[in-house]
Design a protein around this ligand. Structure first.
Ligand code: DNO
Length: 421
């Protein structure tokens, strides 16, 4: 049976979920990064190999780099760009030397992903992440005091934002602000609101077209090396897939992806298909996107969002969102088959469950450097996705409803039981 490789994200030695636990989830591969290296600096081969050895020792494989971050100067098109491009390609070379050839990156200005509540209580007692534009308005207008923020919201949203902000206790304001400005993967930079203002300033005058031109300059600089090394770059969509903080967005829709692929028609210029990001827009038809961009999908993040009234959304169970996850998985399996039947050597699409509900034992644990990535909720997500994949494969490859006996079971799943005499 040809399935997508099941993976999990690991944030490195500081991750409260160790590799030994990840192994127990049934995942075979790891999406990870060298979070300790500042954005824009070279990833030395030694550091890559050391990270890889830790993963190997746990019986897993470093399948995908997530992410090799893109420095803000590249996005704004300022500073010593040729040094940054050289550093990026050197890191790609070092990764290829270690045999790692799928590399995720994003082109989101200033912030990585944004939610307005990291612990939204669900009726079953678990917690999810939630996005509410009213709360983002409160952040922008009352905490950040961004010029022009009010122009991005309706009068009613501004009114509700003021009301919500006023009733928040001082310490809750602090927690709320931190949860927006300090959610970079695997690190806590302890950024202040002033740092964010300084990071926003260079974007003055940068609209979608300029940001896309800056992405094009970056891709044109690094793609020749990526192609030579057989590296598949995979851009991650904007999360959420619409403008925040008055910043342009260029990776939110099918039109955007087509524009990015137009920059360079190269297999190295690929996509990380994040269903949760794309799925937070009602006008994104996920199955159509898989069919249209299939050959360029180099990695998948599978997660569901439930779209709610007033432009809110919450992160639903992996199969319980507003779009049909099983249909998306089916489309991805079809893409695998297309690759295989065309004789492609690299036919795999590694997947990882993205995010997960905070549930059971994880409810009492601090989020630390990995908000959104509790062990149990992600494992539940992976198990559900695995079930969908196997069920679909069974339907596709075997006669419907026919039960075929399994001739042998892999020994690592059912090891010999040593009984006392
Ligand atoms: C959020 C993640 C993102 C993603 C980066 C990719 O949970 O999907 O942080 O890793 O944006 O560069």
């Amino acid at each position: 049976m040809h399935l997508m490789t099941e993976c999990m994200r690991w944030f490195g030695p500081e991750d409260p979920v160790p590799l030994s636990f990840i192994r127990q989830s049934g995942a075979a591969g790891i999406f990870t990064s060298l979070h300790q290296i500042p954005y824009g600096e070279i990833w030395p081969l030694d550091a890559i190999l050391q990270h890889q050895r830790a993963i190997d020792a746990a019986g897993l494989v470093w399948t995908v780099v997530e992410s090799l971050p893109v420095h803000e100067d590249i996005k704004t098109g300022r500073g010593d760009l040729s040094r940054l491009f050289d550093n990026y390609t050197t890191s790609l070379r070092n990764l290829a030397t270690a045999g790692i050839r799928t590399v995720v990156y994003n082109f989101m200005p200033v912030l990585d992903w944004v939610r307005t509540d990291m612990r939204w209580p669900l009726p079953d007692g678990s917690c999810s992440m939630h996005f509410d534009p009213v709360r983002l308005a409160a952040f922008e207008i009352h905490a950040l005091n961004r010029d022009g923020a009010k122009d991005d919201y309706s009068t009613e949203q501004i009114r509700q934002a003021g009301h919500w902000w006023k009733q928040l206790a001082e310490e809750d304001k602090e927690v709320f602000v931190r949860s927006i400005i300090d959610v970079f993967p695997g690190v806590k930079w302890s950024l202040s609101l002033n740092d964010i203002r300084e990071m926003l300033a260079p974007y003055e005058g940068i609209d979608e077209a300029v940001l896309r031109a800056n992405l094009a300059r970056f891709l044109e600089a690094i793609l020749p090396t990526a192609e030579e090394l057989g590296i598949r770059l995979a851009i991650h969509p904007d999360d959420p897939p619409f403008p925040v903080l008055g910043l342009p967005r260029i990776v939110s829709t099918a039109t955007h992806i087509a524009e990015i692929f137009d920059i360079a028609d190269s297999p190295s210029n690929g996509l990380c298909f994040c269903t949760g990001s794309f799925g937070s827009r009602i006008d994104n038809d996920l199955c159509a996107m898989v069919s249209r961009f299939g050959s360029r999908i180099h990695a998948a993040h599978l997660r569901s969002t439930r779209l709610l009234p007033d432009d809110c959304f919450l992160e639903a169970g992996h199969l319980a969102g507003s779009f049909d996850m099983a249909a998306v998985v089916h489309a991805l399996l079809d893409e695998l088959d297309t690759r295989r039947s065309s004789g492609a050597e690299e036919w795999q699409i590694p997947l990882r469950p993205d995010h997960g509900h905070i549930m059971m034992d994880d409810l009492g644990k601090p989020e630390g450097i990995t908000p959104g990535y509790p062990a149990i909720g992600r494992m539940r997500g992976l198990a559900e996705l695995r079930g969908v994949m196997h069920g679909l494969r069974h339907r596709i490859e075997k006669a419907p409803n026919k039960c075929t006996a399994t001739p042998s079971l892999p020994p690592e799943v059912f090891p010999r039981v040593h009984r006392h005499p």
